[in-house]
Design a protein around this ligand. Structure first.
Ligand code: ZN
Ligand code: CU
Length: 483
């Protein structure tokens, strides 16, 4: 007879490695899984959780988020724990909340994270300190953004950085890595980084080599130039010698639908040559970011997610707004800025092809500060499990879980996460395989998903019976399990 704090009994364990589910109990003590198997003889000092045949899986790792500030202001992290997410990777797309004190209003897309006063961490260590002082419900892996570094050291973001500026950015990055940052992100499609040549990015990324850091990239062009952009991503990986994660991979604009055949072939060839090239995606055919004219031009339809001067337009169609105002779309955009938008511009076949591709990870790319956010913020993980794995047959439930857990933990160097096994951290989700599904829509984006029964982070329950609890067991995770 053995003792522990909690036993989850009578569940079907999907362990995060991709192998078939097994009927097993799971014992938890001290924030870790201490045993897996027939534990009917075990005593639980705190709680026996009856799984009743539901799936017991590792908590999901949301590898692409913009939750930098959400962790601090809404530590219950309801949009994420309601989906079974137990770890978020923050600081993506080149934009991180730290380290930066902006000179004025943060330029788009930095303003996706907040206003001037929200950027209050001069050093990355200050952000880490704030997280440590007030932990959230979920764990975090934090990246530093290339655009954030540019805003910190450059007077004009519309040009390439000088050698001196690049060196200064590298020094700040080194400092962040020493303080617990896991890597660098870049967003070369954005006005804050468009002018940066690949060499600037590769020079910076090479600083990650010694620290074992990772580089994530919102590519320069996800539309007509998407193939060239994948080539650029691979070249940056080759030049810098660090693994590259291609973020939210997609093909934007009707004339570019189908190009994922070429991009995925390039990624497969790079992998075969021994390069670390990874990717993530979200399961929707609309994207979302700040309102930008060149993004509007290739979209079938655009919805306004927020507008500072015209909050009454939130949730409305851009073409209709322009028509009502009796102006052309460009003029309407000028009036709406600063603003955010949802762009319907991808194809379902590309989405499925990218999702089904070997080892593609799942990242919500949710925008938690938008007034009417894209439904991916609340729906991504249950949508992959329900709509694409169970109902769509894109892959097995075991494979879907592997991509969200064991595989993501491997890529981000989280040695003791992403699996149900003795010794692993007790990040666990209990879900109903028959019922799990997203419920958030473009019209009603805040609907929590169905079928997520219980979520534990480091052994503590953070979501139960359709509501967040008051527990805040999350921590900042370092690569390779260090702490
Ligand atoms: Zn992005
Ligand atoms: Cu993003």
């Amino acid at each position: 007879m053995s003792e522990c704090e909690r036993v989850i009994s009578g569940g079907e364990v999907i362990d995060g490695s991709g192998t078939a589910r097994i009927r097993a109990d799971v014992a938890i003590a001290g924030g870790r899984i201490v045993a897996v198997g027939d534990l009917s003889g075990w005593t639980a000092s705190e709680e026996r959780i009856e799984a009743g045949g539901r799936i017991v899986a590792p908590g999901f790792i949301d590898v692409h988020t913009h939750d930098d500030r959400l962790l601090l202001i809404h530590p219950d992290m309801a949009p994420k724990v309601s989906q079974g997410v137990t770890t978020v990777v923050v600081g993506n797309c080149g934009i991180s909340l730290a380290p930066l004190i902006p000179a004025g209003d943060p330029p788009p897309p930095l303003n996706l994270l907040g206003g001037r006063g929200d950027f209050r961490f001069p050093r990355f260590a200050d952000y880490v300190e704030a997280l440590d002082a007030a932990p959230a419900a979920v764990n975090a892996v934090a990246l530093v953004g290339h655009s954030t570094l540019r805003a910190a050291v450059m007077d004009d973001l519309g040009r390439a950085a000088t050698e001196k500026e690049t060196a200064r950015m590298g020094d700040i990055l080194d400092e962040a890595l020493a303080a617990g940052c896991a890597g660098l992100s870049a967003g070369l499609a954005y006005p804050t980084a468009k002018a940066a040549p690949a060499d600037e990015v590769a020079t910076l990324a090479s600083r990650l080599r010694a620290a074992g850091g990772i580089f994530t990239l919102h590519m320069r062009d996800e539309a007509a130039g998407v193939v060239a952009s994948v080539e650029e991503a691979i070249a940056i990986g080759r030049q810098s010698g660090v693994p590259v994660v291609i973020s939210h991979h997609k093909c934007c604009g009707r004339t570019n639908w189908g190009l994922s055949r070429k991009t995925l072939a390039l990624i497969a060839a790079a992998r075969a040559s021994g390069l670390g090239v990874e990717l993530d995606t979200y399961p929707y055919t609309a994207s979302s970011t700040v309102l930008l004219k060149d993004f509007v031009a290739r979209a079938e339809r655009v919805l306004i997610a927020w507008s500072e001067p015209h909050p009454e337009t939130t949730g409305r169609d851009l073409a209709e707004i322009a028509q009502n105002w009796g102006v052309d779309v460009d003029t309407a955009i000028d009036r709406l800025l600063p603003a955010g938008a949802i762009y319907f511009q991808m194809d379902e076949d590309d989405l499925r092809r990218i999702l089904a591709f070997e080892r593609t990870m799942v990242g919500s790319d949710g925008l938690p500060h938008d007034v009417r956010p894209h439904p991916r913020l609340w729906g991504t993980f249950p949508r992959v499990l329900g709509r694409y794995a169970r109902d769509g047959g894109v892959f097995s439930l075991e494979e879907a879980v592997f991509r969200m857990t064991g595989n993501a933990a491997r890529v981000f160097g989280l040695a003791d996460r992403g699996r149900i096994a003795a010794g692993a951290a007790a990040d666990i989700v209990l879900f109903d395989a028959a019922r799990v599904l997203d419920r958030a829509t473009y019209e009603k984006p805040f609907e929590p998903a169905a079928g997520i029964c219980r979520v534990l982070v480091n052994g503590d329950t953070v979501w139960q019976d359709g509501a967040a609890t008051d527990r805040r067991p999350g921590r900042l995770l370092r690569r390779n399990g260090g702490r």
